[in-house]
Design a protein around this ligand. Structure first.
Ligand code: SF4
Length: 400
């Protein structure tokens, strides 16, 4: 049993995708190779942070939210917070971009060049967009933590804006190729951010927004309903419990091809040379027996059906072979409606007799002589009898 971790969205998602990969990353702290799309996203986020930070006017926080974060009282306005002047110019923006650029993770200079040009283009277009529509951020790249009904969560939120109605809008930038309205509706990331903001800010969350930077499109959604958040809480609880119990089984699937740990993953461990021949032989034998098993199963089914048809046609229940006798046997089961049985027992003052409510337990009540015969008869009448005939072999019968 290990201590419960403070879960972020990416840690939660990693565990759901593959607990073994979670262990490599969060327990063994193994680094992953840099990826171009992560580097690109990080650089763009950093530049947007520099661009928008001067516009921040902090909002009121809940009493008792993390002390390291800025509150309205902490805030000392250094500059006038109105007008275009607060935004850096396009030249300053590009200079900031070049200063923060990183070549980490790009596979070729061409790939790096394409991304670099894309970044310039989308930042300049976003600068134009801000000239037309100025947000009112209350926080940029803010780290928030909260305890959500027993589960510790944290996250970095790209931006929190004030809405025209005075509430809060959570904004997350996406540099990915595609984005749809479904992403806003289904995003666990935005749900988690809503909980973080609600746990730290006094005003209500009114909007959840993903900004698709390539198309400059904000995709907006309403805050999540309580039922949606409760379902997320359940999933987080399952992840938290799995980590606590050190359940780190590999979950091989579509993530393996881009997993940096495939070579050390137990799922893909290679057979040591001294064992190779012996294990290969066992696998081949296993495969052969499996094929045999399937062939026998289908042969058995076909023979039993033919025996049943032929014996039925001439009214036989026992058919002798050379070494045994095939005997027709009956399997009888009863199905009861648990609700109807409960009602009946309640009306008879026997509600304490309903335990697990299994079919076997109800059938046992019918045979239970401590219960009034009339009640037992009425329970029996609630049942539906199912009969299944099958054929079996009786070796002893053949020897008689
Ligand atoms: S290779 Fe696949 S199963 Fe192994 S850790 Fe990576 S994602 Fe998990």
């Amino acid at each position: 049993m290990t201590t419960a971790p403070v879960l972020s969205y990416s840690s939660y998602r990693t565990y759901l995708e593959c607990p073994q990969r979670w262990k490599f990353l969060y327990v063994e702290k193994r680094p992953e190779a840099p990826r171009s799309y992560f580097t690109f996203g990080r650089v763009v986020h950093t530049v947007l942070e520099s661009l928008l930070r001067p516009l921040v006017v902090p909002a009121a926080r809940k009493v008792g939210s993390a002390g390291s974060q800025r509150t309205l009282e902490d805030w000392q306005p250094a500059r006038v917070t109105t007008g275009e002047a607060l935004l850096m110019s396009k030249e300053e923006l590009l200079a900031c971009y070049e200063q923060n650029w990183s070549a980490e993770g790009y596979l070729t200079p061409e790939e790096e060049g394409r991304y670099r040009a894309l970044g310039r283009d989308l930042l300049l277009r976003y600068h134009d967009h801000l000239a037309r529509e100025r947000p009112r951020p209350v926080a940029i790249e803010e780290h928030l933590e909260t305890r959500w009904d027993g589960i510790e969560i944290h996250g970095y939120i790209d931006r929190i804006d004030r809405t025209p109605a005075g509430g809060l809008e959570i904004v997350d930038y996406k540099t990915s190729r595609e984005l749809s309205n479904e992403d806003v509706k289904d995003s666990d990331q935005l749900s988690l951010y809503q909980v973080l903001v609600e746990g730290n800010y006094a005003e209500p969350v009114e909007r959840l927004t993903l900004v698709h930077l390539r198309s400059q499109t904000p995709l907006r959604g309403r805050p999540r309903a309580r039922s949606t958040l409760e379902r997320l809480h359940d999933r987080l609880g399952t992840v938290r419990d799995g980590i606590r119990e050190e359940a780190f089984d590999p979950n091989p699937g579509r993530y393996c091809n881009r997993c940096d740990f495939k070579e050390i993953c137990p799922e893909f461990a290679v057979v040591p040379p001294p064992e190779e021949a012996r294990l290969k032989e066992l696998v081949d034998r296993f495969e052969q027996l499996r094929a045999e098993e399937r062939r026998l199963e289908s042969d058995l089914k076909r023979t039993a059906e033919e025996l049943h048809r032929s014996a039925e046609a001439i009214g036989l229940h026992r058919v002798p072979g050379s070494r045994s006798v095939a005997v027709r046997r009956k399997e009888e089961t009863w199905q009861y409606s648990l609700d109807a049985v409960r009602l009946l027992l309640e009306s008879a003052g026997l509600s304490h007799r309903v335990g697990s409510g299994s079919q076997e337990e109800i059938r046992a009540l019918v045979r239970d002589r401590t219960i009034d015969p009339d009640v037992r008869r009425r329970i029996a009448e609630l049942g539906t009898r199912r009969v299944k005939w099958y054929w079996d072999l009786d070796l002893a019968d053949a020897r008689r």
